[in-house]
Design a protein. Structure first.
Length: 338
């Protein structure tokens, strides 16, 4: 049994890690626009906690210019810019000692090439930060899990059991590795990720998020024509029937708003659930549509002790993610709660 445990995202942070956009073929005509959106997200988070932006060697000056003095920029080799998935997953020991779990990364089942540099970026970041590295041979992206910091983890079968990740591992073996590396004792498996989420094969950060011990916020579109209308209700039923690691029934909160926009001729869904919980704040992706206001109100009620800030991220959504996808929190070195 590991001495480490993955803390909840609302636990104190030392900083937030981000990566500057690099894969021009992903963004095409909106490459310059997405850089502006990344900078807006970085500066919004920097109002609450330090932000370190990792840029491809030679791109640091551009990142500094757009992000401003509030954001630290360092240069390291990169393939892509989704640190939630390619970066380390941080864990804490009982006395506050930190480590980073370095899971393998294969660009969401080989959807983009090359990805070998991003498979090595966790080790490079941990070396830069002076944090102990814990190796795992399992492929895992940080966007595929959400934890309560008290031993419970939620994920989706659609993603973690997809044959393009760990075809040689059974569900039981995958669960055992999550328990061994992240210090959880209870894994709740939801059947579905988003139907339209073909990029990540159904990450949980488009489905639900822990917002407090025993409390989960669930994306539950209220439009019956939404492709996930029934699927998210099936997920919700699983959560309602589940108990967490402490034996508690989960309180399930609904986020009914959804937003579709056109970006470079492609219909794109901006996922409000894909937010980042910062020290004293929540930075939320918004679409610039009337539904934004209702979604921000729901998130504010779910996280009442934090300031909620919306950042327009239409182009980040076009690339396949949101604010949560492009960030990775580094927890403060504080003792774990009992």
């Amino acid at each position: 049994m590991t001495r480490f445990r993955m803390p909840a995202e609302w636990s104190p942070h030392e900083r937030c890690l981000m990566a500057w956009p690099t894969r021009q073929d992903l963004w095409g005509a909106v490459f310059d626009t997405v850089k502006y959106e990344y900078a807006q997200v970085a500066t919004a988070i920097a109002a609450f906690e330090p932000v370190t932006m990792v840029a491809l060697p030679g791109s640091g000056a551009e990142a500094r210019e757009l992000c401003g003095a509030a954001v630290e920029v360092i240069e390291l080799p990169l393939d892509d810019s989704w640190f939630r998935d390619s970066g380390p997953v941080f864990v804490l020991g009982p006395d506050g000692e930190r480590a980073g779990v370095d899971f393998r990364f294969n660009a969401w089942g080989g959807k983009h090439h090359p990805y070998d540099t991003d498979d090595k970026i966790s080790a490079a970041l941990l070396d830069h930060l002076g944090v102990e590295r814990v190796d795992s041979r399992m492929i895992l992206e940080g966007g595929s899990i959400t934890v309560d910091g008290e031993g419970t983890l939620i994920t989706t079968e659609q993603c973690l059991l997809h044959p393009n990740r760990n075809p040689g591992m059974s569900k039981r073996e995958i669960e055992a590795e999550l328990i061994a590396r992240l210090g959880v004792t209870k894994v709740i498996w939801l059947p579905y990720g988003g139907l339209l989420d073909t990029e990540t094969d159904g990450h949980v950060d488009g489905v639900c998020a822990f917002v407090a011990p025993g409390k989960v916020l669930v994306q539950l579109p209220d439009d019956p024509t939404h492709p996930d209308y029934e699927r998210m209700r099936a997920n919700r039923a699983v959560l309602e029937a589940a108990t967490d690691a402490a034996g508690r029934r989960l309180e399930v909160l609904d986020l009914p708003q959804s937003a579709f926009v056109q970006v470079d001729g492609k219909e794109t869904e901006v996922g409000y659930l894909n937010f980042y919980i910062a020290n004293g704040g929540v930075v939320v992706p918004v679409a610039g549509l009337p539904g934004d206001e209702g979604a921000l109100a729901v998130i504010a009620a779910a996280l009442p002790d934090r300031e909620v800030v919306g950042v327009r991220t239409r182009v980040i959504a076009y690339g396949g993610g949101g604010v949560h996808c492009i960030t990775q929190q580094v927890p403060s070195a504080v003792p774990l709660p009992a």
